[in-house]
Design a protein around this ligand. Structure first.
Ligand SMILES: Cc1ncc(COP(=O)(O)O)c(C=O)c1O
Length: 456
């Protein structure tokens, strides 16, 4: 038989439950708090999210059933293939085996529909008619636009201005799925108007777009807000990625030595890694690696603090690694990784010593992405290129040490709507944008006076 390039699952082998890591954490997750440090109860979140999702947010039940209507929609593109990157391995001259979970096969082009579909379903069940959201690169906005249409909800997307200008086709995708998409900051919300008055030329940021989308949700009828990353229930919905990967590795009698994912808010990384971290908590030997941009190094240089998820401080304070909620990252091309904070669950798992993190500059990421396109064919999203660059570093180390390391990376999305970044790279116009100590120090000042999370 010729070598096996893809490991596939049948429809009936797709997992029917999500994995909730909160059931297995060595120490409990610090709760969200208000500015005085008092824990926020589920009721306080009710104007923003439907109660059925708030219940998932605080659940510590290990396995949560996926509703039948959600399974039906996930089956439009799942189970996603686990592929072996033979040609990329050959180009790197490595004895390492590199596997990738291809989440780029979804209709919107990334892992984001895994939670968009679930969130649209739960909002519909709760009687909500319209969802608002923010989007960076546009992957999340298009995923939610599609999911809303599948469940008959209206959708409005506030898209970070720099991405709105760089990626007009993302907006057209959202429009095709029936959603409205505008550039953020906009003059349609108080938050947006206040930002524009102070900084009219701002490239925007996820923290600004979140402020606008939440304000819209809490001031509009039958409307709730939907977040594409960071929160516990979002990460929960993404665990289907790692659960499928575990089944696929079982089929070929293999197991990864290292699991790698890029991190923006943390959802695709958590999706692939949390089921493996469960194995690790129960004694398995596996390294877990998060990769972030050097321009927005939340896990590697941001302190673990209580901070707000948005610039107008409309969200409760979350215990997380943060660069400060006023942080505006340089306009690098991985728009989905330009977030000042990190999922509390990912930040907590990092504090527990169950994972590691590294930061890589965008030029190295694009070099790896182009090498990937030359060997494996698929053009990765700029966000995904971070995971590829880290996998390449691991594979080169394996070559130097003569080890047959098995690497699993989450191929979080394709880059077919992100070609302006590739054009800049290919014409030599791209530059690196490492964060200076000075800029980091200034941004961390926004944390002054906020409560401190408890010691472990
Ligand atoms: C393809 C892709 N990968 C990764 C990310 C980062 O988000 P998260 O950390 O929530 O997975 C994004 C965000 O937009 C994305 O579009």
């Amino acid at each position: 038989m010729s070598r096996q390039c893809k490991v596939l699952l049948n429809d009936d082998e797709m997992p029917r439950q999500w994995y909730n890591i909160q059931a297995d954490l060595p120490h409990p997750l610090p709760p969200p708090v208000d500015k005085e440090g008092k824990p926020i109860g589920p009721q306080a979140l009710a104007p923003v999210f439907p109660m059925n999702l708030i219940e998932q947010e605080v659940s510590t039940q290990r396995w949560i059933d996926i509703p039948e209507a959600v399974i039906e929609k996930l089956l439009l593109y799942r189970p996603s293939p686990l592929c072996r990157a033979y040609a990329f391995e050959k180009a790197l001259k490595t004895p390492a085996k590199i596997y990738y979970k291809n989440e780029g096969v979804s209709p919107a082009g990334s892992h984001k529909p895994n939670t968009a579909i679930a969130q649209a379903y739960y909002n519909k069940e709760f009687g909500i008619k319209r969802l608002t959201t923010e989007t960076g690169a546009g992957q999340w906005g298009s995923a939610l636009a599609m999911a809303c249409k599948l469940f008959g909800l209206a959708c409005k997307v506030y898209m970070v201005r720099i991405s709105f200008e760089q990626k007009p086709f993302r907006k057209m995708m959202m429009n095709t799925w029936g959603a409205e998409c505008i550039a953020s900051p906009s003059n349609q919300t108080n938050a947006g108007r206040a930002i524009l008055a102070k900084t009219p030329d701002t490239p925007g940021s996820l923290a600004m777009a979140i402020s606008e989308a939440i304000e819209d949700a809490v001031t509009s009828k039958d409307t709730r807000y939907s977040l594409g990353s960071v929160l516990n229930h979002v990460l929960l919905h993404q665990t289907i990625i790692g659960l499928e990967a575990q089944k696929q590795f079982q089929k070929i009698g293999a197991y990864p030595d290292v699991v790698i994912g890029c991190v923006g808010g943390g959802s695709n990384f958590a999706g692939i890694s949390f089921p493996f971290i469960c194995d690790k908590i129960h004694g398995k030997k596996v390294r877990i690696m998060a990769v972030e941009p050097a321009a927005c190094p939340t896990l590697t240089r941001g302190p673990f603090v209580y901070d707000s998820g948005d610039v107008a401080m409309m969200t409760p304070l979350l215990a997380m690694h943060s660069l400060g909620h006023t942080f505006v990252p340089r306009p690098i091309h991985a728009g989905g990784l330009r977030y000042h904070g990190m999922a509390p669950l990912v930040s907590h798992v990092m504090r527990e010593g169950l994972m590691e993190a590294c930061a890589i500059n965008q030029l190295e990421c694009y070099r790896s992405a182009v090498m990937w396109a030359h060997t494996e064919g698929f053009i990765p999203a700029p966000e995904t290129s971070h995971a590829i660059a880290a996998a390449a570093q691991e594979a080169i180390r394996a070559r130097e040490e003569g080890k047959e390391t098995t690497i699993l990376l989450n191929w979080s999305g394709h880059g077919l709507m992100d070609l302006t970044g590739y054009e800049k790279f290919l014409t030599g116009k791209m530059v690196d944008a490492t964060l200076s100590e000075d800029d980091l120090g200034k941004s961390l000042q926004s944390l002054a006076g906020l409560p401190q999370p408890p010691e472990l």
